[in-house]
Design a binder for this molecule. Structure first.
Ligand code: GLY
Length: 369
């Protein structure tokens, strides 16, 4: 039995999501409007990078409740995503987020052959974005963005590890480790913070510049990017057993915890002016889920440090930024899409990582990555 506060949060999550799972079936929610109701990216932008989190969250809830309504909604969302394959040109490196959490989860939980095929299509799209001269996976499609590699991609490459594990073909894993090694070298700074965007010369793989991305400024420290790096390197370690990835995850984790230790409510950027105070709760929940995973693989004497930090993030963020009302659809408030836009909104992946982390604390270990 988990601690009372964990059970309490889980009950409230189930109460809210068992309603939205039915009301929002047939849509792909991302954020909420000024009445607190979900939007629908299926109708407005089916290739949107977050479209796997809704079905992923439904699979997590199905794993912990066996309530078929969750499964129906997850399966429905996975089928909606087929339209994104048809649009093809709109796709990007976030095919990992989109399919590994939808079709990939379905395959792992039910063994569905259709889901396996969808996830393999996605893996091949991601592998096709690898720049063989540069040694990195290209993030986005803009003409000027051939050399862009972003820290977030560390959360997409588990799709490639999975593809190698599922097929026995190591090519996917070679691409994933090449990208991860390049990210250690060029994204992680000496102090454990990370750049959001590194722009490479696509013909040589040499760095041209680092860019601002969703943070406050060039050289600042966008908190969600730090958490993508933290969790992403834990995942690379779990898939490869390579200590260099574990050490990279620890470096970023130590930096992240130090940057939040005043109140465990992550600011949107750790190197921004003190006013206005801008939070990004999603960063704390991504980090928390990664920290729980990290605490399971470090040495005995390090475990408590990471596990206790994860508990603090989850409890403090839930105490301060959770909306349990029946009148609204999303749970976690005070997320920021970027430092400069969509501040203090709801974002589907904050709720996803809350559910993922709470499942882990309750020992419902549905490995999603
Ligand atoms: N992957 C984009 C973001 O974190 O906003």
């Amino acid at each position: 039995m988990a601690d009372m506060w964990i059970e309490d949060i889980w009950d409230k999550i189930n109460e809210k999501l068992s309603r939205t799972a039915i009301e929002k079936r047939g849509t792909l929610p991302y954020t909420t409007d000024n009445k607190g109701r979900y939007d629908d990216k299926f109708r407005s932008d089916v290739c949107w990078w977050t479209n796997g989190f809704w079905p992923g969250m439904m699979w997590l809830m199905y794993a912990s409740t066996k309530n078929e309504e969750y499964r129906f909604t997850a399966e429905n969302a996975e089928k909606l995503l087929d339209r994104a394959f048809e649009q093809y040109e709109g796709l990007h490196h976030d095919v990992g987020f989109m399919w590994h959490l939808s079709a990939g989860a379905d395959y792992r939980i039910t063994g569905s052959r259709d889901s396996y095929v969808r996830n393999m299509y996605a893996a091949n799209i991601l592998a096709g974005r690898y720049n063989i001269k540069g040694g990195y996976i290209r993030a986005w499609n803009g003409k000027e963005q051939k050399g862009y590699a972003i820290i977030d991609c560390m959360m997409n490459i588990p799709l490639l590890y999975w593809a190698s594990e599922a097929t026995g073909d190591d090519r996917y894993r070679y691409i994933a480790t090449s990208h991860a090694d390049k990210t250690i070298k060029n994204h992680i700074r000496e102090d454990g913070s990370v750049h959001h965007i590194v722009n490479y010369d696509p013909t040589t793989g040499d760095i041209v510049e680092t860019k601002q991305g969703q943070g406050y400024a060039v050289g600042s420290s966008w908190s969600r990017g730090q958490s993508w790096g933290l969790y992403g390197f834990v995942l690379s370690y779990l898939h490869t057993n390579e200590t260099r990835y574990l050490n990279a995850a620890k470096r970023i984790a130590n930096y992240f915890i130090a940057a939040c230790c005043d109140d465990y409510l992550p600011k949107s950027d750790f190197r921004s002016p003190t006013a206005p105070v801008l939070y990004d709760a999603s960063a704390g929940l991504i980090a928390a889920s990664g920290l729980i995973e990290l605490s399971r693989v470090v040495s005995e004497n390090e475990k408590a440090m990471y596990y206790e930090a994860a508990l603090r993030f989850i409890k403090t963020i839930s105490d301060n930024f959770a909306d349990w009302s029946d009148e609204t659809d999303a749970i976690i408030t005070h997320c920021s899409e970027s430092y400069n836009s969509q501040r203090h909104c709801t974002l589907i992946y904050a709720d996803y990582f809350l559910v993922e982390a709470i499942n882990k604390l309750k020992n419902i270990n549905t490995f999603m990555w």
